[in-house]
Design a protein around this ligand. Sequence first.
Ligand code: CAO
Length: 487
Amino acid sequence: MMAQTLTRRALQACVKRIRESAYGRTINSISPCFLCKGHSSSSNLVLTSISIDITRSFHLSSSFNAIKEFILSDIGEGIREVQVLEWFVKEGEKIAQFDPVCEVKSDKASVTITCRFDGIIRKLHYDVDETAQVGKPLLDIEVDKIKDAPTDHVDDVEEVPSSTHQTIKGSKVLATPAVRRLAMENTIDLGDIQGTGKDGRILKEDVLIHLEGATQHLTEIAPLPEQPVPNKSKSTPVSRVAEQSPAIVRPVLGKDRTEPIKGITKAMVKVMSEALTIPHFGYYDELDLSNLVQLRKEIKYVAEKRGIKLSYMPIFIKAASMALTDFPILNSSLDSKCQHITYKASHNIGLAMDTPEGLTVPNVKNVQSLSILEIAGELNRLQSLGSAGKLGSSDLSNGTFSLSNIGTIGGTYARPIIHPPQVAIGALGKIQVLPRYDYHGNLIKAHIMNVSWSADHRVIDGATMARFSNKWKELIENPSKMILDLK
Ligand code: CAO
Protein backbone atom coordinates (compact mmCIF):
# COMPACT_ATOMS: atom_id res chain seq x y z
CA MET A 1 0.00 0.00 0.00
CA MET A 2 1.36 3.42 -0.94
CA ALA A 3 0.16 4.95 2.30
CA GLN A 4 1.85 2.29 4.38
CA THR A 5 5.26 3.38 3.12
CA LEU A 6 4.70 7.09 3.66
CA THR A 7 7.52 8.84 5.41
CA ARG A 8 6.97 11.83 7.59
CA ARG A 9 8.20 14.14 4.78
CA ALA A 10 5.75 12.52 2.38
CA LEU A 11 3.00 13.07 4.90
CA GLN A 12 3.93 16.73 5.28
CA ALA A 13 3.91 17.15 1.50
CA CYS A 14 0.56 15.48 1.39
CA VAL A 15 -0.87 17.77 4.03
CA LYS A 16 0.60 20.79 2.24
CA ARG A 17 -1.18 19.77 -0.97
CA ILE A 18 -4.44 19.29 0.88
CA ARG A 19 -4.04 22.67 2.57
CA GLU A 20 -3.42 24.30 -0.82
CA SER A 21 -6.45 22.68 -2.35
CA ALA A 22 -8.56 23.61 0.64
CA TYR A 23 -7.75 27.32 0.50
CA GLY A 24 -10.64 29.43 -0.66
CA ARG A 25 -13.15 26.75 0.24
CA THR A 26 -14.82 26.05 3.53
CA ILE A 27 -11.65 24.60 5.03
CA ASN A 28 -8.87 27.08 5.74
CA SER A 29 -6.79 25.14 8.17
CA ILE A 30 -5.81 21.52 7.92
CA SER A 31 -3.18 19.75 9.86
CA PRO A 32 -2.09 16.13 9.96
CA CYS A 33 -4.21 15.38 13.00
CA PHE A 34 -7.25 15.39 10.77
CA LEU A 35 -5.88 12.24 9.24
CA CYS A 36 -6.68 10.19 12.26
CA LYS A 37 -9.58 7.80 12.31
CA GLY A 38 -12.80 8.90 13.81
CA HIS A 39 -12.08 12.61 13.78
CA SER A 40 -15.42 14.26 13.31
CA SER A 41 -15.06 17.33 11.21
CA SER A 42 -16.10 18.39 7.75
CA SER A 43 -12.49 17.98 6.73
CA ASN A 44 -12.89 14.25 7.10
CA LEU A 45 -14.79 14.30 3.86
CA VAL A 46 -11.82 15.68 1.98
CA LEU A 47 -9.48 13.08 3.41
CA THR A 48 -11.57 9.94 3.55
CA SER A 49 -9.77 8.27 0.71
CA ILE A 50 -6.36 8.18 2.38
CA SER A 51 -7.03 8.58 6.05
CA ILE A 52 -7.32 4.93 7.02
CA ASP A 53 -4.04 3.74 5.57
CA ILE A 54 -2.03 6.74 6.61
CA THR A 55 -3.26 6.44 10.11
CA ARG A 56 -2.23 2.84 10.25
CA SER A 57 1.23 3.48 8.87
CA PHE A 58 1.98 6.76 10.62
CA HIS A 59 0.57 6.54 14.07
CA LEU A 60 2.01 9.82 15.30
CA SER A 61 -0.50 11.70 13.24
CA SER A 62 -3.12 11.70 15.96
CA SER A 63 -1.24 14.25 18.03
CA PHE A 64 -0.47 16.99 15.51
CA ASN A 65 -2.09 20.33 16.33
CA ALA A 66 -3.95 18.40 18.93
CA ILE A 67 -4.18 18.85 22.65
CA LYS A 68 -1.76 16.32 24.09
CA GLU A 69 -2.10 15.16 27.65
CA PHE A 70 1.24 15.13 29.42
CA ILE A 71 0.95 12.15 31.73
CA LEU A 72 2.86 12.14 34.99
CA SER A 73 4.85 8.99 34.52
CA ASP A 74 6.35 6.62 37.07
CA ILE A 75 9.03 8.26 39.20
CA GLY A 76 10.04 4.92 40.69
CA GLU A 77 10.32 3.71 44.31
CA GLY A 78 6.63 2.77 44.22
CA ILE A 79 5.60 6.43 44.37
CA ARG A 80 1.92 6.75 43.37
CA GLU A 81 1.31 10.44 44.05
CA VAL A 82 3.27 13.64 44.47
CA GLN A 83 2.61 17.11 45.76
CA VAL A 84 3.01 19.98 43.24
CA LEU A 85 5.44 22.42 44.83
CA GLU A 86 5.85 24.97 42.04
CA TRP A 87 4.84 25.50 38.42
CA PHE A 88 7.53 26.96 36.15
CA VAL A 89 4.99 27.54 33.33
CA LYS A 90 1.61 29.19 32.86
CA GLU A 91 -1.39 28.36 30.70
CA GLY A 92 -1.01 29.98 27.26
CA GLU A 93 2.80 29.96 27.42
CA LYS A 94 5.03 28.36 24.80
CA ILE A 95 7.15 25.46 25.97
CA ALA A 96 9.95 23.48 24.40
CA GLN A 97 11.05 19.91 24.91
CA PHE A 98 13.14 19.50 28.10
CA ASP A 99 12.04 22.85 29.57
CA PRO A 100 11.32 22.48 33.28
CA VAL A 101 7.59 22.26 33.88
CA CYS A 102 7.22 22.00 37.63
CA GLU A 103 8.76 20.73 40.81
CA VAL A 104 6.96 17.96 42.65
CA LYS A 105 7.64 16.26 45.94
CA SER A 106 6.85 12.76 47.03
CA ASP A 107 7.17 11.42 50.55
CA LYS A 108 10.71 10.40 49.50
CA ALA A 109 12.27 13.16 47.36
CA SER A 110 11.71 16.26 45.20
CA VAL A 111 11.87 15.93 41.42
CA THR A 112 11.86 18.48 38.62
CA ILE A 113 9.57 17.42 35.79
CA THR A 114 10.70 18.48 32.32
CA CYS A 115 8.63 18.67 29.17
CA ARG A 116 8.54 16.01 26.49
CA PHE A 117 6.95 18.14 23.77
CA ASP A 118 7.21 21.49 22.01
CA GLY A 119 3.97 23.40 22.08
CA ILE A 120 1.69 25.69 24.02
CA ILE A 121 0.48 24.98 27.56
CA ARG A 122 -3.30 24.75 27.41
CA LYS A 123 -4.18 23.48 30.89
CA LEU A 124 -2.47 22.83 34.20
CA HIS A 125 -4.38 20.04 35.89
CA TYR A 126 -3.34 20.92 39.45
CA ASP A 127 -2.81 23.99 41.59
CA VAL A 128 0.31 24.39 43.71
CA ASP A 129 0.10 22.19 46.82
CA GLU A 130 -2.40 19.82 45.21
CA THR A 131 -1.63 16.11 44.97
CA ALA A 132 -0.93 14.85 41.45
CA GLN A 133 -1.46 11.18 40.63
CA VAL A 134 1.12 9.10 38.74
CA GLY A 135 -0.39 7.88 35.46
CA LYS A 136 -2.86 10.79 35.26
CA PRO A 137 -2.53 13.98 33.14
CA LEU A 138 -0.35 16.67 34.68
CA LEU A 139 -0.98 19.27 31.97
CA ASP A 140 -2.35 19.62 28.44
CA ILE A 141 -0.10 20.85 25.65
CA GLU A 142 -1.08 21.88 22.15
CA VAL A 143 1.59 20.30 20.01
CA ASP A 144 2.35 22.75 17.25
CA LYS A 145 4.36 21.18 14.42
CA ILE A 146 5.15 17.79 12.96
CA LYS A 147 8.79 18.11 13.96
CA ASP A 148 7.80 19.00 17.46
CA ALA A 149 5.37 16.22 17.90
CA PRO A 150 6.26 13.46 20.32
CA THR A 151 7.85 10.47 18.69
CA ASP A 152 8.14 6.91 19.73
CA HIS A 153 11.88 7.39 20.09
CA VAL A 154 13.52 10.61 21.22
CA ASP A 155 16.64 11.17 19.12
CA ASP A 156 18.67 13.19 21.59
CA VAL A 157 18.09 11.00 24.59
CA GLU A 158 19.53 7.54 24.67
CA GLU A 159 17.78 4.61 26.39
CA VAL A 160 15.52 6.81 28.41
CA PRO A 161 12.71 4.91 30.06
CA SER A 162 9.51 6.79 30.73
CA SER A 163 10.31 6.79 34.40
CA THR A 164 13.40 8.94 34.03
CA HIS A 165 12.85 11.22 31.07
CA GLN A 166 11.36 13.77 33.37
CA THR A 167 14.57 14.86 34.96
CA ILE A 168 16.74 15.04 31.86
CA LYS A 169 17.24 18.56 30.70
CA GLY A 170 18.13 18.42 26.98
CA SER A 171 21.46 17.95 25.21
CA LYS A 172 22.90 14.73 23.93
CA VAL A 173 23.73 13.05 27.19
CA LEU A 174 24.72 9.40 26.81
CA ALA A 175 23.93 7.30 29.84
CA THR A 176 22.04 4.15 30.72
CA PRO A 177 18.74 4.38 32.58
CA ALA A 178 20.39 3.05 35.75
CA VAL A 179 22.94 5.87 35.62
CA ARG A 180 20.20 8.43 34.96
CA ARG A 181 18.24 7.11 37.90
CA LEU A 182 21.31 7.31 40.15
CA ALA A 183 21.80 10.93 39.05
CA MET A 184 18.12 11.69 39.56
CA GLU A 185 18.07 10.19 43.03
CA ASN A 186 21.00 12.36 44.01
CA THR A 187 19.60 15.45 42.26
CA ILE A 188 22.58 15.61 39.94
CA ASP A 189 22.29 17.27 36.52
CA LEU A 190 23.99 14.88 34.07
CA GLY A 191 24.97 17.93 32.01
CA ASP A 192 27.43 18.82 34.78
CA ILE A 193 29.30 15.53 34.40
CA GLN A 194 32.07 14.72 31.93
CA GLY A 195 31.49 11.13 30.79
CA THR A 196 34.52 8.84 30.58
CA GLY A 197 32.84 6.05 28.62
CA LYS A 198 32.74 5.47 24.87
CA ASP A 199 31.74 8.65 22.97
CA GLY A 200 31.59 10.54 26.26
CA ARG A 201 29.01 8.17 27.75
CA ILE A 202 28.45 8.87 31.45
CA LEU A 203 29.22 5.83 33.57
CA LYS A 204 28.05 5.01 37.09
CA GLU A 205 31.59 5.68 38.31
CA ASP A 206 31.45 9.21 36.82
CA VAL A 207 28.30 9.95 38.82
CA LEU A 208 29.79 8.51 42.02
CA ILE A 209 32.99 10.54 41.60
CA HIS A 210 30.90 13.66 40.97
CA LEU A 211 28.85 12.87 44.07
CA GLU A 212 32.00 12.39 46.13
CA GLY A 213 33.20 15.78 44.89
CA ALA A 214 29.90 17.34 45.98
CA THR A 215 30.23 15.73 49.42
CA GLN A 216 33.78 17.03 49.68
CA HIS A 217 32.54 20.48 48.72
CA LEU A 218 29.77 20.40 51.32
CA THR A 219 32.16 19.37 54.04
CA GLU A 220 34.49 22.18 53.06
CA ILE A 221 31.82 24.77 53.76
CA ALA A 222 32.94 26.91 56.67
CA PRO A 223 30.90 26.68 59.87
CA LEU A 224 28.23 29.34 60.29
CA PRO A 225 29.37 32.45 62.16
CA GLU A 226 28.14 32.55 65.72
CA GLN A 227 24.97 34.54 66.31
CA PRO A 228 25.70 37.86 68.04
CA VAL A 229 24.56 37.87 71.65
CA PRO A 230 21.93 40.59 72.13
CA ASN A 231 23.23 43.58 74.09
CA LYS A 232 21.28 43.24 77.30
CA SER A 233 22.28 46.67 78.61
CA LYS A 234 20.42 48.36 75.73
CA SER A 235 17.15 46.51 76.25
CA THR A 236 14.34 48.03 78.27
CA PRO A 237 14.01 46.41 81.71
CA VAL A 238 10.94 44.18 81.91
CA SER A 239 9.63 45.91 85.08
CA ARG A 240 9.58 49.33 83.33
CA VAL A 241 7.77 47.94 80.30
CA ALA A 242 5.22 46.38 82.63
CA GLU A 243 4.70 49.72 84.40
CA GLN A 244 4.25 51.67 81.15
CA SER A 245 1.90 49.34 79.26
CA PRO A 246 -1.33 48.18 80.84
CA ALA A 247 -2.34 44.60 80.01
CA ILE A 248 -4.62 44.40 76.98
CA VAL A 249 -6.92 41.45 76.61
CA ARG A 250 -7.51 40.88 72.91
CA PRO A 251 -10.35 38.78 71.49
CA VAL A 252 -9.25 35.77 69.44
CA LEU A 253 -9.34 36.76 65.78
CA GLY A 254 -9.36 34.58 62.69
CA LYS A 255 -10.80 31.11 62.27
CA ASP A 256 -9.79 27.46 62.38
CA ARG A 257 -7.82 26.17 59.44
CA THR A 258 -8.06 22.66 57.97
CA GLU A 259 -5.51 21.50 55.46
CA PRO A 260 -4.70 18.20 53.75
CA ILE A 261 -1.97 15.97 55.18
CA LYS A 262 0.84 15.89 52.65
CA GLY A 263 4.59 15.58 52.03
CA ILE A 264 6.70 14.41 54.94
CA THR A 265 3.72 14.39 57.31
CA LYS A 266 1.94 11.99 54.99
CA ALA A 267 4.97 9.70 55.05
CA MET A 268 5.00 9.97 58.85
CA VAL A 269 1.32 8.94 59.01
CA LYS A 270 2.09 5.86 56.92
CA VAL A 271 5.24 4.73 58.74
CA MET A 272 3.90 5.40 62.24
CA SER A 273 0.59 3.67 61.55
CA GLU A 274 2.56 0.65 60.35
CA ALA A 275 4.74 0.84 63.47
CA LEU A 276 1.61 0.55 65.63
CA THR A 277 1.53 -3.16 64.89
CA ILE A 278 4.92 -3.63 66.58
CA PRO A 279 4.96 -4.50 70.29
CA HIS A 280 7.60 -2.03 71.54
CA PHE A 281 9.85 -3.05 74.39
CA GLY A 282 11.40 -0.02 76.14
CA TYR A 283 14.78 0.01 77.88
CA TYR A 284 16.35 3.10 79.46
CA ASP A 285 19.76 3.90 80.88
CA GLU A 286 22.07 6.72 81.89
CA LEU A 287 25.55 7.32 80.47
CA ASP A 288 28.45 9.36 81.79
CA LEU A 289 29.89 11.13 78.77
CA SER A 290 32.60 13.07 80.63
CA ASN A 291 35.46 11.25 78.82
CA LEU A 292 33.76 11.65 75.46
CA VAL A 293 33.09 15.36 76.01
CA GLN A 294 36.79 15.84 76.74
CA LEU A 295 37.85 13.75 73.74
CA ARG A 296 35.56 15.59 71.34
CA LYS A 297 36.97 18.91 72.53
CA GLU A 298 40.41 17.68 71.48
CA ILE A 299 39.50 16.23 68.09
CA LYS A 300 36.78 18.68 67.01
CA TYR A 301 39.35 21.18 65.73
CA VAL A 302 41.31 18.51 63.89
CA ALA A 303 38.12 17.63 62.03
CA GLU A 304 37.37 21.30 61.43
CA LYS A 305 40.79 21.72 59.80
CA ARG A 306 39.73 18.97 57.39
CA GLY A 307 36.52 20.88 56.65
CA ILE A 308 34.25 18.59 58.69
CA LYS A 309 31.98 19.52 61.59
CA LEU A 310 32.29 16.83 64.24
CA SER A 311 29.41 16.54 66.68
CA TYR A 312 28.83 13.61 69.05
CA MET A 313 26.53 11.91 66.63
CA PRO A 314 29.21 10.24 64.41
CA ILE A 315 30.72 8.69 67.55
CA PHE A 316 27.30 7.48 68.76
CA ILE A 317 26.68 6.03 65.28
CA LYS A 318 30.07 4.28 65.05
CA ALA A 319 29.70 2.82 68.56
CA ALA A 320 26.23 1.55 67.62
CA SER A 321 27.68 -0.18 64.57
CA MET A 322 30.43 -1.79 66.67
CA ALA A 323 27.84 -3.05 69.15
CA LEU A 324 25.63 -4.30 66.30
CA THR A 325 28.51 -6.49 65.17
CA ASP A 326 28.09 -8.39 68.45
CA PHE A 327 24.27 -8.32 68.34
CA PRO A 328 23.32 -8.72 64.66
CA ILE A 329 19.67 -9.39 65.46
CA LEU A 330 19.28 -5.69 66.24
CA ASN A 331 20.37 -4.92 62.68
CA SER A 332 17.78 -7.20 61.12
CA SER A 333 14.40 -6.82 59.47
CA LEU A 334 11.21 -8.75 59.94
CA ASP A 335 8.85 -9.53 57.08
CA SER A 336 5.27 -8.31 57.32
CA LYS A 337 3.91 -11.80 58.07
CA CYS A 338 6.56 -12.43 60.73
CA GLN A 339 7.73 -15.58 58.94
CA HIS A 340 11.32 -14.55 58.24
CA ILE A 341 14.02 -12.44 59.81
CA THR A 342 16.80 -11.05 57.61
CA TYR A 343 20.15 -10.24 59.19
CA LYS A 344 21.43 -7.22 57.27
CA ALA A 345 25.01 -7.25 56.05
CA SER A 346 25.29 -3.46 56.00
CA HIS A 347 24.93 -1.19 59.00
CA ASN A 348 22.90 1.59 57.36
CA ILE A 349 22.24 3.67 60.41
CA GLY A 350 19.31 6.04 60.15
CA LEU A 351 19.18 9.27 62.09
CA ALA A 352 15.98 11.08 62.84
CA MET A 353 16.46 14.56 61.44
CA ASP A 354 14.48 17.64 62.32
CA THR A 355 14.19 19.55 59.02
CA PRO A 356 12.19 22.67 58.09
CA GLU A 357 9.68 20.31 56.45
CA GLY A 358 9.42 17.97 59.43
CA LEU A 359 10.82 14.66 60.63
CA THR A 360 12.79 12.66 58.11
CA VAL A 361 15.15 9.70 58.60
CA PRO A 362 18.09 9.55 56.16
CA ASN A 363 20.73 6.94 56.82
CA VAL A 364 24.50 6.69 56.71
CA LYS A 365 25.31 3.66 54.60
CA ASN A 366 27.82 0.97 55.54
CA VAL A 367 28.87 2.49 58.83
CA GLN A 368 30.72 -0.74 59.64
CA SER A 369 33.42 0.21 57.14
CA LEU A 370 33.54 3.98 57.70
CA SER A 371 35.83 5.97 59.98
CA ILE A 372 34.29 8.43 62.45
CA LEU A 373 35.47 11.30 60.25
CA GLU A 374 33.86 9.72 57.18
CA ILE A 375 30.60 9.30 59.10
CA ALA A 376 30.82 12.96 60.15
CA GLY A 377 31.36 14.03 56.51
CA GLU A 378 28.34 12.02 55.42
CA LEU A 379 26.27 13.44 58.27
CA ASN A 380 27.26 16.97 57.21
CA ARG A 381 26.11 16.17 53.67
CA LEU A 382 22.78 14.73 54.84
CA GLN A 383 22.16 17.71 57.14
CA SER A 384 22.83 20.19 54.31
CA LEU A 385 20.47 18.32 51.98
CA GLY A 386 17.88 17.89 54.75
CA SER A 387 17.77 21.57 55.59
CA ALA A 388 17.38 22.37 51.88
CA GLY A 389 14.59 19.76 51.49
CA LYS A 390 16.73 17.98 48.91
CA LEU A 391 17.33 14.54 50.41
CA GLY A 392 17.19 11.91 47.67
CA SER A 393 15.34 8.63 47.95
CA SER A 394 18.64 6.71 48.11
CA ASP A 395 19.52 8.66 51.28
CA LEU A 396 16.16 7.81 52.78
CA SER A 397 15.83 4.15 51.88
CA ASN A 398 17.33 0.89 53.14
CA GLY A 399 18.08 1.95 56.70
CA THR A 400 18.74 -0.99 59.03
CA PHE A 401 18.84 0.58 62.53
CA SER A 402 18.06 4.08 63.82
CA LEU A 403 19.16 6.68 66.35
CA SER A 404 17.23 9.79 67.27
CA ASN A 405 19.25 12.54 68.95
CA ILE A 406 16.37 14.54 70.40
CA GLY A 407 18.91 15.86 72.95
CA THR A 408 20.03 18.51 70.45
CA ILE A 409 16.65 20.08 71.19
CA GLY A 410 16.25 19.01 74.83
CA GLY A 411 14.76 16.34 77.07
CA THR A 412 16.04 13.32 78.93
CA TYR A 413 14.01 10.21 78.09
CA ALA A 414 11.84 9.59 75.04
CA ARG A 415 9.85 6.69 73.67
CA PRO A 416 11.15 6.24 70.13
CA ILE A 417 9.00 4.48 67.56
CA ILE A 418 10.57 1.72 65.47
CA HIS A 419 10.86 2.42 61.75
CA PRO A 420 9.52 -0.81 60.13
CA PRO A 421 10.86 -3.20 58.88
CA GLN A 422 13.69 -2.33 61.28
CA VAL A 423 13.56 -3.86 64.75
CA ALA A 424 15.23 -1.31 67.04
CA ILE A 425 15.82 2.39 67.60
CA GLY A 426 17.51 4.52 70.26
CA ALA A 427 16.65 8.04 71.41
CA LEU A 428 19.35 10.16 73.04
CA GLY A 429 18.60 12.83 75.61
CA LYS A 430 20.36 16.09 76.28
CA ILE A 431 23.89 15.98 77.73
CA GLN A 432 23.65 17.72 81.11
CA VAL A 433 26.26 18.55 83.74
CA LEU A 434 24.97 16.85 86.90
CA PRO A 435 26.42 15.82 90.28
CA ARG A 436 27.41 12.14 90.52
CA TYR A 437 29.64 9.97 92.73
CA ASP A 438 32.84 8.62 91.21
CA TYR A 439 34.33 5.15 91.80
CA HIS A 440 35.90 6.30 95.07
CA GLY A 441 32.71 7.89 96.39
CA ASN A 442 33.72 11.49 95.67
CA LEU A 443 31.05 13.89 94.46
CA ILE A 444 31.98 15.04 90.97
CA LYS A 445 30.59 17.03 88.04
CA ALA A 446 29.61 14.58 85.31
CA HIS A 447 28.29 14.96 81.75
CA ILE A 448 25.20 12.78 81.83
CA MET A 449 23.10 11.64 78.88
CA ASN A 450 20.09 9.31 78.96
CA VAL A 451 19.31 6.77 76.29
CA SER A 452 15.92 5.22 75.54
CA TRP A 453 15.83 2.09 73.40
CA SER A 454 12.77 0.57 71.74
CA ALA A 455 12.97 -2.96 70.35
CA ASP A 456 10.49 -5.17 68.54
CA HIS A 457 9.63 -7.61 71.32
CA ARG A 458 8.42 -10.22 68.83
CA VAL A 459 12.03 -11.00 67.92
CA ILE A 460 14.17 -9.22 70.52
CA ASP A 461 14.02 -10.02 74.18
CA GLY A 462 14.84 -7.59 76.97
CA ALA A 463 18.12 -9.26 77.88
CA THR A 464 19.47 -8.88 74.34
CA MET A 465 18.47 -5.23 74.27
CA ALA A 466 20.12 -4.63 77.65
CA ARG A 467 23.35 -6.38 76.62
CA PHE A 468 23.52 -4.39 73.40
CA SER A 469 22.93 -1.17 75.33
CA ASN A 470 25.69 -2.10 77.81
CA LYS A 471 28.14 -2.71 74.96
CA TRP A 472 27.27 0.61 73.32
CA LYS A 473 27.48 2.41 76.67
CA GLU A 474 30.88 0.90 77.41
CA LEU A 475 32.25 2.27 74.12
CA ILE A 476 30.67 5.70 74.55
CA GLU A 477 31.78 6.07 78.16
CA ASN A 478 35.30 4.86 77.36
CA PRO A 479 35.95 6.04 73.82
CA SER A 480 39.58 4.89 74.02
CA LYS A 481 38.22 1.30 73.96
CA MET A 482 36.76 1.98 70.53
CA ILE A 483 40.22 2.40 69.05
CA LEU A 484 40.98 -1.33 69.31
CA ASP A 485 38.12 -2.35 67.04
CA LEU A 486 37.96 0.70 64.75
CA LYS A 487 38.13 -0.19 61.05
N1 CAO B 1 23.00 16.98 74.10
C1 CAO B 1 23.55 18.18 74.07
N2 CAO B 1 24.17 18.69 72.98
C2 CAO B 1 24.22 17.92 71.88
C3 CAO B 1 23.67 16.64 71.85
C4 CAO B 1 23.03 16.17 73.02
N3 CAO B 1 22.48 14.97 73.06
N4 CAO B 1 23.87 16.11 70.65
C5 CAO B 1 24.53 17.02 69.94
N5 CAO B 1 24.75 18.11 70.68
C6 CAO B 1 25.40 19.33 70.28
C7 CAO B 1 26.33 19.12 69.12
O1 CAO B 1 27.55 18.62 69.53
C8 CAO B 1 26.39 20.51 68.54
O2 CAO B 1 27.23 21.31 69.35
P1 CAO B 1 28.58 21.96 68.78
O3 CAO B 1 28.16 23.01 67.83
O4 CAO B 1 29.28 22.44 69.97
O5 CAO B 1 29.31 20.86 68.09
C9 CAO B 1 25.00 21.00 68.71
O6 CAO B 1 24.42 20.20 69.74
C10 CAO B 1 24.17 20.92 67.45
O7 CAO B 1 24.32 19.66 66.88
P2 CAO B 1 23.73 19.35 65.42
O8 CAO B 1 22.27 19.26 65.49
O9 CAO B 1 24.26 20.32 64.45
O10 CAO B 1 24.38 17.98 65.00
P3 CAO B 1 24.24 16.53 65.59
O11 CAO B 1 25.14 15.74 64.72
O12 CAO B 1 24.48 16.46 67.01
O13 CAO B 1 22.72 16.09 65.30
C11 CAO B 1 20.77 15.64 64.02
C12 CAO B 1 22.27 15.91 64.00
C13 CAO B 1 20.32 15.49 62.60
C14 CAO B 1 20.52 14.36 64.77
C15 CAO B 1 20.07 16.81 64.74
O14 CAO B 1 20.36 18.00 64.08
C16 CAO B 1 18.56 16.66 64.81
O15 CAO B 1 17.85 16.89 63.84
N6 CAO B 1 18.07 16.30 65.99
C17 CAO B 1 16.60 16.17 66.23
C18 CAO B 1 16.18 14.74 66.04
C19 CAO B 1 14.69 14.59 66.27
O16 CAO B 1 13.90 15.43 65.91
N7 CAO B 1 14.31 13.48 66.92
C20 CAO B 1 12.92 13.21 67.21
C21 CAO B 1 12.45 12.11 66.34
S1 CAO B 1 10.86 11.60 66.72
O17 CAO B 1 9.97 12.78 66.17
